[in-house]
Design a protein around this ligand. Structure first.
Ligand SMILES: Cc1ncc(COP(=O)(O)O)c(C=O)c1O
Length: 366
């Protein structure tokens, strides 16, 4: 069959291949420990599962859901956002529930970019920032994230001809894969940059609620004026161990939120209502639920970071996020090392180069 140029240009999705590799190895009897993908092994909260089951009993919920999500979910997201970040969102205009944040990334970019435009993509990157850029025919321009610059992109060195065609910048803090976090000063700089150059910011905050000690990652929407230029994506996948439920949200600039809603209603038919009820339950959990869950990740982080450093594989204790970005031993590429580790031990990690050409470290999920 003759397929479209778009499909022919899309690479296979790394994590889909990785999942198959793990299944094949498990079928061969290997006890695989997968540290390769941010897919929480801890269960979703019991109250969430109960609410889901209860909502399933109502036949009203078996019908098509609302295209843009239930009003009660919009309100629960607004209340959660205000409590967590001190930012007031208008439930009907600033919020769009999603079938997981991944689709929102792609649709937000499609809603902004035209063929020939440029999107600034920090490198290393979550792969969807590239496919989200190229699907509407735009080009990625990579901004290297360097350790010595705390993995923040340098906005001062972008060539003028690139800047003239730039319509979008992708950001992701806490970062996958480096686990770096951005501070207020950086977000202020990037909002100012976006306003001056008429650029849209898509801030992916999938790891907002995995943090350690007293650190709390901030939302870009806490910066005055950010809502004029930015949208932010949140996800219940990592926040409440609900990756399989497929629910997240786009918040921020109302024009872009509305555009994504319009695009989605032409493609999908909304989120199964029992899952929306489950999400409402999750968003209303007390902060102690998150605190207890994050202690588990913190313990895992300590074991992993201390172990990597003891082996000479330099890794930092992270303040947030689900990943440890460890330097591979001398003489290995990250891909060779990941393959060697899997063959020898059944421990599956993702090579840094899966996140772009600049990345040399491997990464492991907590
Ligand atoms: C950086 C980042 N953004 C977004 C997602 C997508 O999350 P979901 O679609 O489950 O909300 C992931 C998943 O691993 C991720 O790592």
């Amino acid at each position: 069959m003759r397929l479209s140029n778009l499909i022919n240009s899309l690479p296979p999705y790394h994590f889909a291949n990785a999942k198959q590799k793990i299944l094949d190895r498990q079928a061969a009897g290997v006890d695989v420990i997968s540290l390769s993908m941010g897919d929480p092994d801890l269960p979703a909260p019991a109250a969430v599962v109960e609410r889901l089951c209860a909502a399933m009993q109502s036949t009203e919920n078996h019908r098509y859901p609302e295209y843009r999500g239930m009003r009660a979910l919009h309100e629960a997201i607004a209340a959660w956002f205000e409590q967590r970040f001190g930012v007031q969102l208008t439930p009907e205009h600033d919020i769009l529930p999603l079938l997981g944040s991944k689709e929102g990334l792609a649709y937000a970019a499609t809603s902004v970019l035209n063929a020939g435009d440029i999107a600034l993509v920090p490198d290393p990157y979550y792969p969807v920032y590239i496919s989200g850029t190229t699907t509407p025919g735009a080009e990625p321009f990579l901004l290297p994230l360097r350790e010595e610059q705390q993995y923040l992109p340098d906005l001062g060195n972008i060539p003028a001809d690139v800047l003239a065609r730039t319509r979008l910048i992708w950001l992701n803090y806490p970062n996958n894969p480096t686990a770096a976090c951005a501070d207020r000063a950086f977000f202020e700089r990037v909002v100012d940059f976006a306003r001056r150059h008429d650029i849209v910011i898509i801030h992916d905050m999938a790891y907002a609620e995995v943090y350690f000690d007293d650190f709390r990652p901030m939302s870009i929407l806490q910066i005055p004026g950010a809502r004029d230029v930015a949208v932010e994506l949140h996800s219940l996948s990592k926040t409440y161990n609900m990756a399989g439920f497929r629910i997240g949200m786009l918040v921020g600039n109302p024009e872009l939120v509305d555009a994504v809603g319009r695009l989605k209603s032409n493609i999908d038919s909304g989120i199964f209502r029992p899952i929306q009820y489950a999400a409402i339950e999750a968003l209303q959990l007390p902060p102690s639920w998150l605190a207890e869950r994050n202690v588990i990740y913190q313990r895992r982080r300590d074991i992993l970071v201390e172990g990597c450093n003891a082996l000479g594989m330099r890794a930092e204790k992270t303040r947030a996020g689900l990943y440890v970005w460890a330097h591979v031993p001398q003489g290995y590429t990250s891909r060779d090392f990941a393959n060697w580790l899997f063959d020898q031990t059944g421990v599956f990690v993702t090579p840094g180069t899966n996140f772009g050409p600049a990345a040399k470290a491997m990464y492991a999920f907590l």
